[in-house]
Ligand binder design. Structure first.
Ligand SMILES: *[C@@H]1O[C@H](CO)[C@@H](O)[C@H](O)[C@H]1NC(C)=O
Ligand SMILES: *[C@@H]1O[C@H](CO)[C@@H](O)[C@H](O)[C@H]1NC(C)=O
Length: 177
């Protein structure tokens, strides 16, 4: 029941989807989640863009440190709130980078990165979770960086750490399908 509601919401969200991964697969298909992680590809592509490798202004980094005991102590709502707050920091950072980047080189790549982060945000904010609603809340005092590779590294840590762990927790929902 919970899963079919999730799938319905995901289909609504897919209208803004950039076709790399169907949201319907996100919780139940680890391969689809791996495909949606475009960080390695971004690292390669952006290494050719000197103008965006070092940012002229620092951007905030997400909270990626995962203390297993305290993470597992959080409700699902809190876990989502933690990840969503970090994704929002990242997307703000990418918007700043995009505004400052040279149009010839990094702009379309940064747009793709922004869409990618936004897709994660859409999926997470549309997930049906039980328990009292918890809004986005950062679990650290965010550090800042002027290095695009640091930003991408932290993005990857967020996706393959907290987010992946959270999705694995939710996979129970898939077994009854
Ligand atoms: C899982 O996702 C991958 C990549 O998108 C796809 O090729 C595969 O068919 C999916 N598997 C299932 C069971 O839907
Ligand atoms: C888990 O939550 C309880 C109640 O909020 C708290 O007392 C405890 O210290 C927490 N444990 C960890 C490891 O954060």
């Amino acid at each position: 029941m919970a899963l079919s509601r999730l799938l319905l919401l995901c289909m609504v969200a897919s209208e803004v989807w950039d076709a790399e991964t169907k949201p319907i697969d996100f919780v139940c298909n680890r391969t689809a989640r791996r495909v949606m992680n475009i960080v390695a590809e971004m690292e390669r592509a952006l290494s050719d863009c000197n103008g965006v490798v070092t940012l002229s202004t620092p951007v905030q980094l997400p909270c990626t440190e995962l203390h297993v005991a305290s993470w597992e102590n959080k409700s699902y709502q809190e876990r989502r709130g933690d990840i969503v707050a970090s994704l929002r920091l990242l997307i703000e950072g990418v918007k700043i980078m995009r505004a400052l980047s040279q149009p010839e080189c990094g702009a379309s790549l940064l747009q793709r990165l922004e869409n990618n982060i936004n897709n994660y945000l859409i999926i997470l904010t549309n997930l049906q979770l039980s328990g009292p609603v918890v809004g986005p809340s950062l679990s650290c005092l965010p550090l800042r960086s002027q290095s695009l590779s640091t930003v991408l590294l932290r993005y990857n840590q967020l996706i393959s750490g907290k987010l992946e762990k959270f999705m694995v927790n939710l996979e129970d929902r898939c077994t009854n399908q």
